[in-house]
Design a binder for this molecule. Structure first.
Ligand code: NOJ
Ligand code: CA
Length: 564
């Protein structure tokens, strides 16, 4: 290639990147960035590891577990909010975006955590609560002090419709009207979540600037990206029309409404593009809490020119909630068709743990092993939830007076809150599962005696060792890292199977989603493997592959290399 031609080509590439907002980050030969090879792991910091034995997890605790995370096969941790907060919504009410809550440590502890993570190949992703602050944040304190305060327009203030009448019928997702009257200035402020979580006014350029600067500040401190909280709720129709009322009431007893005027407004995408261009400067990833109702919505979150979220979380997958190969096939095909990089999640701090959701009450461990082998071998980036790898179960409160999550108290017993999925990580058989010497903020379930890291580490067939084996394979096998996804035997109602292929090599995954033994035979001739002979890479004890046939115990797993 002549020097002149290659110069023109480089200029053209730079031009395209500038036009389409494509990140000029390090990519592999397939054009994949670091986050496409990464396994993510959500940590709820109150509940992971308690270094000072006050019953609440902290950053030093997380730092002390970096070797564990590395050995497990985790490349990046997303830490739920650890910023200063009155903890009304356990950190999702932020009172200072650029500091660490003293209960979790200090900025120096944060820096040490980043450094220790670097040593172990574990990146840090923070949780950016973009829609709202705490009512104790200095911006809101100033905003509510007078109608002419410098930060007045940083939040959404309106007159009521009349005496005791809020501006419209919008409902807070946590219960009651989304408007709270404030007698200091005789106006209402808007809060989609708790009253202590006033919504920021993203139509004010000063808000946008402050928030973008916050991300820059953390990138400089070594953060590799953000999980963006509740992005659907960033904008509201400024004319405040009433939302259409639907039949019935929700779990908090409020009328159901179609939230068409205060959710998923198109302006959200302008903000995401701006956050993305700052992220691109830092080679960072943006993960979105995106409650997409269909594939069109998912597509929009990637951005028309891959210029919004690299990783919109696909919660549609979690709504399958039953072991149904046809349903999973449908979801995977749909997500693949969106054209972006898929993201798979089966648990998080707002959802009943996957152990309970998929479990049948008898074979829960086997099902947990199988579900891990499933979503960790799909094409895309998985986001695990702490404790999922040891098959932690929900430990739901039995009495209203024990509930810590406010929505569980106001909605009891229809809504019991989210405490059950947020209990302390189970490290060993010591008191409080080795999480803390003091009674933790939430109780551990009795099953910690068998389901904990120390005990499961010693059992080759434990859920933990299955996760480790699958993750080790995922990191070393190019078909699993880079390969395409092809569904196999699509008429099989019990065995979920698929091929991951890359440059003439392939890995076949077969998962028995039923409680009876199954066999499956594969004809891979049209996939380029005329006489396929399967060689087992990872399998559950009573499951195996021979020739082109797989034998599976109930909820059994076979991951096999396809030989020619
Ligand atoms: C979504 C978070 O995941 C949830 O835990 C929180 O309560 C709301 N956003 C409000 O920030
Ligand atoms: Ca602590």
């Amino acid at each position: 290639m002549s020097k002149r031609f290659s110069l023109i080509l480089s200029l053209l590439l730079i031009f395209c990147c500038a036009i389409f907002g494509v990140a000029q980050t390090n990519k592999d030969a397939e054009g994949h960035a670091w986050w496409q090879h990464a396994v993510f792991y959500e940590i709820y910091p109150r509940s992971f590891a308690d270094s000072n034995n006050d019953g609440i997890g902290d950053l030093k605790g997380i730092t002390s577990k970096m070797a564990y995370l590395h050995d497990l096969g985790v490349d990046a941790i997303w830490i739920s909010p650890c910023f200063p907060s009155p903890q009304v919504d356990f950190g999702y009410d932020v009172s200072d975006y650029e500091n660490i809550d003293p209960m979790y440590g200090t900025l120096a502890d944060f820096d040490r955590m980043v450094a220790e993570g670097k040593k172990h190949g574990v990146r840090i992703i923070l949780d950016f609560v973009v829609n709202h602050t705490s009512d104790q944040h200095k911006w809101f304190v100033d905003s509510k002090s007078s109608r002419t305060a410098p930060h007045r327009d940083w939040f959404i203030w309106r007159d009521g419709k009349g005496l005791g009448q809020p501006p419209n019928n919008w409902i807070s997702t946590f219960g009651g009207s989304a408007w709270k009257f404030d007698s200091t200035t005789n106006q209402y402020y808007y809060h989609y979540f708790y009253t202590e979580q006033p919504d920021l006014n993203w139509r004010n350029p000063a808000v946008e600037k402050a928030m973008l600067d916050t991300t820059r500040w953390w990138y400089k401190r070594g953060v590799s990206g953000f999980r963006l909280d509740a992005v659907d709720t960033l904008f509201e129709d400024p004319n405040l029309p009433d939302n259409p009322v639907l039949p019935g009431v929700n779990k908090q007893g409020d009328p159901n409404t179609d939230e068409k005027y205060n959710k998923k407004l198109p302006e959200v995408h302008d903000v995401l593009k701006k956050l993305r261009s700052v992220a691109d400067e830092a080679g960072a990833v943006l993960i979105g809490e995106t409650w997409t109702a269909n594939i069109d919505e998912l597509k929009q979150y990637y951005g028309e020119h891959d210029n919004e979220l690299q990783m919109p979380m696909d919660f549609m997958f979690t709504t399958v909630d039953k072991l149904s190969p046809p349903e999973f096939r449908r979801q995977i095909a749909a997500v693949d068709s969106a054209g972006g990089w898929p993201v798979y999640v089966i648990s998080n701090h707002d959802k009943v743990r996957s152990f309970n959701r998929y479990g049948d009450g008898k074979n829960n461990d086997a099902i947990a092993r199988m579900m891990g082998a499933f979503y960790l071998t799909l094409r895309g980036s998985p986001i695990m939830y702490y404790g999922e790898e040891i098959a932690m179960e929900n430990n739901d409160p039995k009495r209203k007076e024990d509930v810590k999550d406010p929505i569980g108290r106001t909605g009891w017993p229809n809504e019991i809150g989210r405490d059950g999925e947020r209990t302390p990580m189970q490290w060993n058989t010591d008191t409080n599962a080795g999480f803390s010497r003091k009674d933790p903020w939430l109780p551990v379930p009795a099953s910690y005696k068998t389901h904990n890291v120390a005990t499961e580490s010693k059992d080759p067939n434990s859920v933990l060792n299955m996760y480790k084996k699958v993750l080790a394979l995922r990191h070393s096998n190019q078909a699993l890292l880079e390969g395409s996804y092809t569904a196999l035997n699509q008429d099989d109602a019990n065995v979920m199977s698929y091929l991951r292929s890359y440059k003439g090599k392939a890995v076949l995954v077969a998962l028995n989603m039923s409680s009876s033994p199954q066999k499956a035979t594969f004809n891979l001739a049209d996939k380029g493997f005329a006489s396929a002979s399967l060689k087992t890479l990872v399998a559950t004890p009573q499951s195996s592959a021979k020739g082109s046939e797989v034998t599976l115990e109930p909820f059994g797993v076979v991951i096999a290399e396809v030989g020619k």
